[in-house]
Write a protein that binds this ligand. Structure first.
Ligand code: ARG
Length: 483
C-alpha cells in the first residue's frame, strides 16, 4: 500500500481529503461543513458507489486512459476497499463530506497516485444519481419480498376461510354477507398492485446517468452505454443534463412506498376493528400484541396502529421530495442532496413495518362462529329479497320498495328478515310467497353471487389461486433480478 501523503500532493496527513478546493484560498467554514455534510446518511450507498467505480475504471481502460496493469491494480484496490467497507474495517470519518469523498480517500490510501485517476470523466453529479438508482432498484426487490410475506400470510388465512361467512360493509354499516376469504384477498390485490407499480417503476429507472459528468458529458472517449449494461441498466440516459437533474425515480419510489403505507394503514384499521371487543372477530397472538401498564386486561393492536400511523411519515416523505424538486432549475443543484433522507426513511420504515404486519396477520385467530352469526343480521339479506323479486319479473324499483317494506316491518317488530311469518310477507306484497325463504340464508346469498370477482366461495377459490400465482411471479422477479 502506498503512503497516502505521497499521493500527488492532494492528501495531507492532517488535512481532510476534499474533492474540490484547488481554486480556494481557505477551507470551508465549520458552519458550511456542518450544513453540507451528507456522509451520515449517504454512507449506505457505499457498495453501489464502488460498483459504479469498477464500471468506470473499465471504461477508462477501454478509452486508453488506464493501462492493463493500472486497471488490475484499480480493480483489486476497489475490491479490497469493498471488503473493508462491508466488514466495517473502513469507516467514514467526520471530515468526509460524503460517500464519494470517503471512498476516494479509501482508494487513495490503498493506491496512492493511481487512486486519483478514477475521477477522470465523472462528477459526483452523475455518480450520486447512479448510486441512488442502483440502491433503489435493489431496495424495490427487497420490498417486493417483504410484501410477498404479507401477501403469503393473508393467503394462508384466506385458504382457511373461503367458506366462512362474515358481514360485508359499506359505510361501515352491515351491507351484504361475504366470504371472509374474499375480505382478506382484497388486501392481497392491493399489495399486488404495489408490486406491479415497483416493477413498472423499475423499467423506467433502468437507465444509467454515469457518463453524464457534471452535466454535459465528457471530452474523454467514454462509453456510457456499455457502462450502463455492466451496471445492470438497460441503457444510458439519453440526455446528460436530464441524467443529473432527474429525480422522478425518487418521487415515484416515494409515491409507491406512500401507497404501500396507505394500504398497510387500511389493513391496520381493519385489524383494530376486528380485534376490538365490540367486533370480537379476531384475537391477536401474544407475540404480536402489547399490554397496558395500568390495565391488566388490555391486548392492544399496536402493530396495526403503527401501520396506520407510519403511513403519515411515508406520505410526508413523498411530499418532501416533490417539494424539493418543485421549481428547481436543471441540472444539478445542491438541493438535490435532500432527496435521500426521505426516501431512506421510507425504506427503513417499511423494512421494520412489513415483517411485523406479516407476523401479526399470520398469527391472528378468527371467531368464525361469531362472524357467521353476524353475517345475516342487520337485514343484510334485503338485497337478496329484492333480486329474488327481480328474477320473478318485478322491476327493481318496485322490488327495492317491497324489500324495504319487509325491513320496516322487521324494525317495528324487532325481527330479522327470516323471522317474518308467511302472513307478514304476504301483508307486504302478494308477490312475496313463502319460497322467498330460499334466499334468506347466508350460504344461499354467498353462492348466488357467483359473477366474476364475486363472493361465491367457488369464485373466491379462483381468486385465491390467481392471487397466489401473482405473488409467486413477483417473488421470482425479486429474487432473480436482485443483485
Ligand atoms: N452529496 C451530494 C448529493 O447527495 C453529492 C453530489 C454533490 N455534487 C456537487 N456538485 N456538490 O447530492
Amino acid at each position: 500500500m502506498n503512503d497516502a501523503s505521497s499521493a500527488g500532493g492532494d492528501v495531507h496527513a492532517d488535512a481532510p481529503l476534499r474533492l474540490w478546493g484547488g481554486a480556494f484560498g481557505s477551507g470551508p467554514s465549520e458552519a458550511l461543513q456542518a450544513l453540507s455534510v451528507s456522509i451520515h446518511f449517504d454512507w449506505r450507498l457505499a457498495p453501489y458507489d464502488l460498483q459504479s467505480s469498477r464500471a468506470h475504471a473499465r471504461v477508462l481502460h477501454r478509452a486508453g486512459l488506464l493501462d492493463e496493469g493500472e486497471l488490475a491494480q484499480m480493480l483489486a484496490a476497489l475490491d479490497a476497499l469493498q471488503k473493508d467497507v462491508l466488514a466495517g474495517q473502513f469507516l467514514p470519518t467526520a471530515t468526509d463530506e460524503d460517500v464519494h469523498t470517503a471512498l476516494e480517500r479509501g482508494l487513495v490510501e490503498r493506491l496512492g497516485v493511481l487512486g486519483g485517476k478514477l475521477r477522470a470523466g465523472r462528477s459526483r453529479n452523475d455518480q450520486i444519481a447512479t448510486d441512488l438508482r442502483l440502491y433503489l432498484r435493489a431496495q424495490a426487490r427487497l420490498l417486493t419480498e417483504l410484501l410477498a410475506d404479507v401477501q403469503a400470510a393473508l393467503l394462508e388465512q384466506a385458504e382457511r376461510h373461503v367458506e366462512s361467512a362474515a358481514p360485508g360493509f359499506t359505510h361501515l354499516q352491515r351491507a351484504q354477507p361475504v366470504s371472509f376469504a374474499h375480505e382478506l384477498l382484497k388486501h392481497v390485490h392491493a399489495f399486488t398492485r404495489d408490486v406491479s407499480r415497483l416493477r413498472d417503476w423499475d423499467r423506467r429507472t433502468a437507465f444509467s446517468p454515469l457518463g453524464a459528468g457534471a452535466l454535459a458529458g465528457s471530452t474523454l472517449p467514454l462509453d456510457p452505454q456499455t457502462t450502463a449494461r455492466e451496471l445492470g441498466f438497460d441503457d444510458a440516459c439519453a440526455n446528460s443534463i436530464d441524467a443529473v437533474s432527474d429525480r422522478d425515480f425518487v418521487a415515484e419510489f416515494g409515491f409507491a412506498t406512500a401507497l404501500i403505507g396507505v394500504h398497510l394503514s387500511r389493513l391496520g384499521e381493519e385489524v383494530v376493528l376486528w380485534t376490538s371487543k365490540e367486533f370480537g372477530w379476531a384475537t391477536l397472538n401474544d407475540a404480536y400484541a402489547t399490554g397496558s401498564s395500568i390495565m391488566p386486561q388490555k391486548r392492544n393492536p399496536d402493530i396495526a396502529e403503527l401501520a396506520r400511523g407510519k403511513s403519515g411519515r411515508l406520505i410526508g416523505n413523498l411530499v418532501t421530495v416533490l417539494t424539493v424538486l418543485k421549481g428547481l432549475p436543471f441540472a444539478y443543484n445542491r438541493d438535490l442532496q435532500e432527496d435521500k433522507e426521505p426516501v431512506f426513511d421510507s425504506i427503513d420504515t417499511l423494512t421494520v413495518l412489513l415483517p411485523a404486519v406479516s407476523g401479526m396477520i399470520a398469527t391472528l385467530t378468527f371467531d368464525i362462529e361469531r362472524m357467521a352469526a353476524a353475517a345475516p343480521t342487520g337485514h343484510a339479506l334485503a338485497t337478496d329479497v329484492a333480486e329474488w323479486l327481480v328474477r320473478k319479473g318485478v322491476p327493481f324499483r318496485e322490488a327495492h320498495e317491497l324489500s324495504g317494506g319487509c325491513v320496516r316491518l322487521c324494525d317495528e317488530q324487532g325481527l330479522e328478515l327470516w323471522e317474518l311469518s308467511d302472513a307478514d310477507l304476504e301483508g307486504v306484497s302478494a308477490l312475496l310467497t313463502p319460497d322467498v325463504r330460499e334466499v334468506l340464508s347466508v350460504r344461499g346469498a354467498l353462492d348466488a353471487r357467483s359473477s366474476f370477482g364475486g363472493t361465491a366461495p367457488e369464485r373466491v377459490q379462483e381468486q385465491l389461486e390467481a392471487a397466489r400465482d401473482e405473488v409467486a411471479d413477483s417473488t421470482a422477479w425479486a429474487v432473480l433480478q436482485s443483485r
